[in-house]
Design a protein around this ligand. Structure first.
Ligand code: DX5
Ligand code: ZN
Length: 215
């Protein structure tokens, strides 16, 4: 199965985004990763629903929304209206099973996300309710950080457990993905690669996206 790419717009120039989305679509990008931060769950504030609504109007890419907000269950309905994949953090203070079910009931694919401090075994019981699991390979909050190799063992453990439970689960990895770390993550079991800085800082964004996809 070909690996999927989900570029993160966190460090993009938002006034150039419309044009850059076309380049990403032409590069065969599979989804678009949107990082929503509330300044409470993570020490940074990014963007929310109005910005995602505008982006949605200008792209055919499925939207992969990564909520980094406290008690995300309060906002699931609104975000489901604009997302294709909706993920929230295991550590964010919502009832995990109920929130995953609510995402599916509102017509989205569900994604459970874990921070570097969380061990994969903790979320094994929730895997049947997930369409995707996101393993953070940096501390959530900022783009452009260095990949934490501890994420590789977590991807391996989750891939093995998904197979044991006979689940077809997407495994996404987010943070510090580049030409060097992408093949390691794929080898460990990742099927979706988020790449922010590596793509958006490139002179030729289309070439960069194609390059990661072909690794
Ligand atoms: C960090 C975000 C990431 C970020 C990744 O909290 O979840 O999606 O944009 O950026 P890079 O690829 O630059 O590490
Ligand atoms: Zn993210």
């Amino acid at each position: 199965m070909a690996v999927k790419i989900s570029p993160s717009v966190l460090t993009a120039d938002f006034l150039e985004l419309k044009e850059n989305l076309k380049k990403l679509e032409a590069a065969g990008t599979d989804m678009l990763h949107l990082d929503v931060m509330d300044g409470i769950f993570v020490p940074n504030i990014s963007f929310g629903l109005p910005v995602i609504k505008s982006i949605k109007k200008h792209t055919s890419l499925p939207l992969d929304v990564h909520l980094m907000i406290d008690r995300p269950h309060r906002y699931i309905k609104q975000f489901c209206e604009v997302s294709d994949w909706l993920g929230f953090h295991y550590e964010a203070g919502s009832d995990v099973a109920e929130t995953l079910k609510e995402i599916r009931n509102n017509g989205c694919r569900s994604c459970l996300t874990i921070k570097p401090c969380t061990q994969p075994e903790e979320i094994f019981p929730f895997l049947p309710l997930c369409d995707m699991v996101l393993v953070m390979s940096v501390e959530p909050g900022f783009g452009g950080q260095k990949f934490m190799p501890e994420a590789l063992g977590k991807l391996e453990a989750l891939r093995a457990e998904a197979e044991r439970q006979s689940l077809s689960l997407e495994l996404e990895v987010d943070g510090g993905i580049n030409a060097e770390t992408a093949p390691l993550a794929v080898k460990a079991g990742a099927s979706v690669l988020v790449a922010g800085n590596y793509i958006f800082s490139a002179e030729d964004m289309k070439k960069r996206a194609e390059e990661i996809k072909s690794l």
